[in-house]
Design a protein around this ligand. Sequence first.
Ligand SMILES: NC(=O)c1ccc[n+]([C@@H]2O[C@H](COP(=O)([O-])OP(=O)(O)OC[C@H]3O[C@@H](n4cnc5c(N)ncnc54)[C@H](OP(=O)(O)O)[C@@H]3O)[C@@H](O)[C@H]2O)c1
Length: 251
Amino acid sequence: MATGSERPQKASGRMTLVVGATGRLGVAISRALVARGDRVALTARDPNKLEAMSAELHDSGRAAGMRAPAPFVVADLTKPDAVETIAHGVRTKIGAIDDVILACGPFPRTPFETLSREDLLHTLTVHAVTPLLLVSALAKDLAKANGAVIALGDSGTSRPYTNHVAYLTAKGALKTGLRALAEELAPDVRVNMVQLGIVADPEADADPLRTHRLAARSALGRFGTPEEVVHVVLALLDSTWATGEVWSIGR
Ligand SMILES: NC(=O)c1ccc[n+]([C@@H]2O[C@H](COP(=O)([O-])OP(=O)(O)OC[C@H]3O[C@@H](n4cnc5c(N)ncnc54)[C@H](OP(=O)(O)O)[C@@H]3O)[C@@H](O)[C@H]2O)c1
């Protein structure tokens, strides 16, 4: 089956699994997909946030034809059974999914002086190992739907910053792993990444001057907004002639 120049549309919208669906960018992407008439399935760790998000999407999506709350699967990507939990949840609650958005994971500060094996293994697991295995586990569903995978990467993998060796190593592994998967899964499944500058600085409260410094470092002199990220994610999701690509925004 060759990937065509049109994305196959479905009467009830395409079904996208959003991993990290309760985070600031996962929420924005899920809302945008529902607003354009697609369906979403959500996964993250916190069942309460997932339930609230599922109900909120149902409310906002009624106008776009959403008939039931968004299905969700609770899973911790650091656990060895995470891939099976999500794949099983997808099969039993949803049937099959068409596309995957990887918007998951923490942004741990790991000062170099105290960097540990655990920091590296934990961060690699949540940001790279489990997401790559999850895409492999769902590959048959994705191929049937001529699906796409979009991951959120970090521009620090091209222009590193301090205190985040574990995170940047993991995001770099994800980027290379996804480009390799793009080759493995072509032409049926497209696999791409949107590599971002900063949308939110988790350390802003502790050091507002740092936030100012970081914003000034970027060419446009400011942080991005979730809406600006969503715009590019949806464009890449729909870009039927792109696979193995890394689109950078917010340098
Ligand atoms: N925001 C930025 O400025 C920025 C810049 C560059 C790249 N990115 C990348 O963009 C993506 C989304 O960023 P964000 O700002 O939206 O992140 P966020 O607000 O911190 O959200 C992270 C999401 O991942 C989930 N998550 C965290 N640890 C998990 C685990 N062990 N197992 C399962 N789910 C887990 C969280 O769910 P729970 O609450 O249930 O744990 C949440 O849904 C990330 O991959 C990040 O690296 C963000």
